[in-house]
Design a protein around this ligand. Structure first.
Ligand SMILES: Cc1ncc(COP(=O)(O)O)c(C=O)c1O
Length: 439
């Protein structure tokens, strides 16, 4: 790859790296242009678009990715936490192949669904009963719907900047116009007084409070223990269902984030890696709430979904939890994330470069800014230009991360991969620290 020329302004630096990016990816660009004819913006998943165009991935092995132009990357994005096992984990591959050879789309209960359910109930303290679905979005919508049906109240409290899937998103500080038509009360993340006051004010209409205990898409911002405990206490007092959206965070300890903070939410939403890398969602919680779905009851709530118990997902999920992501491995992965985050912040500080490295355990987000972050609104200090420069420079150094600086560590990453990332980050901090400070 070309050495960047010295740049004097942020815009100069962006033009320079964009030229190098385009030159390195002619086939991806042509593919992108052709695909615009059939998909809006050549895209079927908004999150993975970035300008000038994203590279097209053709191969993954371990923690390595290859694009259409045969550029190779170390994958630090880890499919937004779903790729925890990497791209070719042999135990998971075998489980999927075995399930395939037993026949798929069976159309009834199978031997896998009950086994995965048992594993999740044993693993996650708040989960007494569980059901499966096909995405984290669905899991959240189901939990919200259960809360509304059971409490017979209409509204849900959510937090500014949070993301619970494309149908319930408050990213960027406002409800998405694509949200499901559910009455919402929007509170400020990590603001104990504001949220407590709003809960009390709306107690009679609130069916649920839903929170990402570490805000993922919003910038890997942990909720404080004080904040989470206040929400648990107030929701209990007012008969409001407390939902933890652990679609990303369930990887942060063997029993999920709720185990780490010693809180028992009423319902928990799951997704991503728990399906072993195959389409997955699940929701579960107290027997009192979940038993309302028991079809043997005359007034049972209905939850259906053709692929809810598809054998490929169930088999991959079982293999992952029993043979690969065992409690010991969970702890090691998250410890390596804590170490990497501390190391990166140390590098930034040593070079007086404007970075905040946020997250918890294996979830990391690098923000090109000096301002401290406890609330998603604080991340507005990172301009989209600064994020673009940082992302493209890391990309050109072979480090695959999200445009917004998001990363999640996968099991096949080695300490040599961490070293390579830290070296790439240091060279960006040295070369571009000053221009990033100009935003
Ligand atoms: C916290 C959180 N909830 C829900 C979702 C939606 O999950 P899915 O993309 O599987 O629908 C995501 C996805 O990134 C998420 O991060």
């Amino acid at each position: 790859m070309n050495e960047p020329t010295r740049n004097f302004t942020l815009q100069d630096a962006i033009s320079d790296v964009e030229k190098r990016y385009v030159a390195a990816n002619p086939k991806s660009e042509a593919h992108y242009q052709a695909a615009t004819k059939n998909m809006p913006g050549a895209n079927t998943r908004t999150t993975i678009y970035h300008d000038p165009f994203p590279v097209v991935l053709v191969k993954g092995h371990g923690a390595k990715l290859t694009d259409l132009d045969e550029n190779e990357y170390v994958d630090f994005l880890g499919e937004y936490t779903a790729g925890l096992y990497g791209h070719s984990e042999p135990t998971i591959k075998k489980a999927i192949q075995d399930a395939l050879s037993g026949g798929f789309v069976l159309g009834g209960p199978n031997t896998y669904d009950a086994q995965l359910a048992q594993l999740m109930v044993e693993r996650f303290p708040a989960v007494e009963l569980v059901r499966f679905c096909n995405s984290g979005t669905e899991a959240n919508m189901m939990n919200i719907s259960i809360a509304r049906a059971v409490t017979k109240r209409p509204a849900v409290m959510a937090f500014n900047g949070s993301y619970h899937g494309g149908l319930f998103s408050f990213a960027g500080g406002a409800p998405s116009p694509m949200n499901a038509p559910i009455e919402t009360v929007i509170a400020e993340f990590n603001d104990v007084e504001n949220s407590r006051q709003l809960i009390r004010q709306h107690a009679n209409s609130l069916a649920a409070i839903i929170i990402e205990p570490v805000m993922g898409g919003g910038g890997c911002i942990p909720a404080s223990d004080e904040f989470l405990h206040m929400l648990r206490d107030e929701s209990e007092k007012h008969g409001i269902v407390f939902i933890f959206d652990e679609v990303m965070t369930s990887r942060l300890s063997p029993g999920g984030l709720h185990e780490l903070v010693a809180i028992k939410p009423d319902l928990v939403s799951f997704g991503k890696y728990l399906g072993g890398g195959v389409t997955f969602g699940a929701f579960g919680g107290s027997t009192e709430l979940m038993a309302r779905l028991d079809p043997r009851q005359p007034d049972a709530l209905v939850h259906s979904g053709t692929y809810n118990n598809n054998v490929l997902t169930m088999a991959a999920g079982i293999a992952g939890l029993t043979k690969v992501f065992t409690p010991d491995v969970v702890n090691k992965l998250n410890q390596s994330g804590d170490e990497l985050r501390t190391r990166l912040q140390g590098i930034a500080d040593q070079h007086d470069a404007p970075f905040r490295v946020m997250g918890r355990g294996s979830m990391i987000c690098i923000h090109p800014q000096r301002e401290p972050i406890t609330n998603p609104a604080h991340t507005n200090a990172s301009s989209s230009s600064a994020r673009k420069l940082f992302h493209l420079e890391m990309h050109m150094r072979g480090c695959y991360i999200a445009r917004r600086g998001f990363m999640s560590l996968s099991l096949p990453l080695t300490s040599a991969d961490h070293d390579a990332f830290a070296n790439a980050f240091e060279s960006v901090a040295i070369e571009y620290g000053e221009v990033l400070g100009q935003q």
